[in-house]
Design a protein around this ligand. Sequence first.
Ligand SMILES: Cc1cc2nc3c(=O)[nH]c(=O)nc-3n(C[C@H](O)[C@H](O)[C@H](O)COP(=O)(O)O)c2cc1C
Length: 204
Amino acid sequence: MAPTKESLESLKHAPGVEGMVHHILHRWSPRAYADKDVPVEDLKKGFEAARWAASSFNEQPWRFLVGRRGDATYQKIFDSLVPFNQSWAKSAPVLILSVARKHFAHNGEVNLHSWHDTGAAMANFGVQITALGLHSHSMAGFDHAKAQAAFHIPDDFETVAVTAVGYLGDPESLPEGPRKSEVAPRQRKDLKEIVFSEWDKPAF
Ligand SMILES: Cc1cc2nc3c(=O)[nH]c(=O)nc-3n(C[C@H](O)[C@H](O)[C@H](O)COP(=O)(O)O)c2cc1C
């Protein structure tokens, strides 16, 4: 039987831990989106959260191109996606291309943390829009050169990821492959596997 939106949400939410921010626990990456526009004010709140992320030397290396279904920006971002991502992302009403500046403005040196900081900004974005009842799903599967050329992005910037945004849709609308993962529980490594006091020795 197809899950309801409520049962799918509760399957996907991470188990509650006392004192944790529940929008972190409730963020997950759907592939099916409802045919419903995202209010501009909510998108702006997502980008507010993104711009308040920490960054090395406060460089704020991130830039974002935001496309809404029907506009040229959306189409150019969509055209850069690999076919698998196109197969599901076509239901998302918003697509964002995140871009990182390669060099520091203050001294021209290579910013080795530009992708780290751009990812941190998008992580903030994801938690904020979860708080607004929306969902997002980032993608590495796109043609960087195609996206760079489509927007005439200058050489000192590089495309990092594409992120779909929208309201949760019906898993039944998805092709078979993505449909299976849409209704499967989420998996995570245990803290013991990732937090060490010495290499490979769990800290807790
Ligand atoms: C940088 C990045 C790239 C990703 N690339 C893709 C992608 O190309 N296609 C896709 O379907 N999912 C992609 N994902 C989604 C991940 O598979 C997903 O975040 C992961 O399975 C954990 O699931 P959750 O976000 O629901 O917790 C990507 C996620 C991130 C953060």
